[in-house]
Design a protein. Structure first.
Length: 181
């Protein structure tokens, strides 16, 4: 018998001083049975880092041809494609062809570094691609904040991120590995 997704209710308050974006998003997030708390929290962090009124969570792990998060224009074109983890060069190539802007958030420490060393030369031609690494220490601390009902506050200033739930605070330093041209 297949396991069902676990539903998380998240009130995500984003204060992004770098982009002058201040909004609270009420999200219902389905956590796939194979998804870890770490990946769920990375997904929420990626949402906060790119927050916009048109940004949406997708079916994620259960669909191969969709990113984890996307933003579509009013006419249906893909403006932003956000992927988590370590996608293949083929997936990155296809994503860059489909969307105006593609952002990949690798995480996992040494594994992510080895993935980037292997793939970075084949990504130089993609001017619409950003790769922003999240350290293993930061993401494992984020995982500890996960709960089925969360009031998550994300403050972004000078490319530094503070994530808090109640009295618990985690500081995250995203490291750009490749910037969009």
């Amino acid at each position: 018998m297949a396991q069902k997704s676990t539903i998380y209710k998240v009130e995500l308050s984003v204060s992004d001083m770098d982009r002058h974006y201040y909004e609270t998003h009420k999200l219902t997030v389905a956590k796939h049975p194979s998804e870890t708390d770490e990946r769920l929290m990375v997904r929420l962090l990626a949402f906060a880092l790119n927050a916009d009124e048109h940004l949406e969570m997708t079916k994620g792990l259960s669909t191969d041809d969709e990113p984890d998060i996307w933003q579509k224009s009013l006419s249906g074109e893909l403006d932003v494609w956000v992927a988590l983890g370590l996608p293949s060069e083929k997936v990155i190539r296809q994503s860059c062809g489909k969307a105006e802007k593609v952002i990949v958030y690798p995480y996992g420490g040494r594994t992510a570094e080895m993935w980037w060393d292997k793939i970075k030369n084949s990504t130089t031609r993609f001017d619409n691609l950003q790769v922003i690494n999240l350290s293993e220490t930061d993401t494992s601390e984020l995982a500890k904040l996960a709960s089925r009902a969360m009031k998550l506050h994300v403050n972004i200033q000078d490319e530094e991120v503070m994530v808090s739930v109640g009295e618990s605070i985690v500081y995250v330093t995203p490291v750009p590995w490749k910037g969009a041209s």
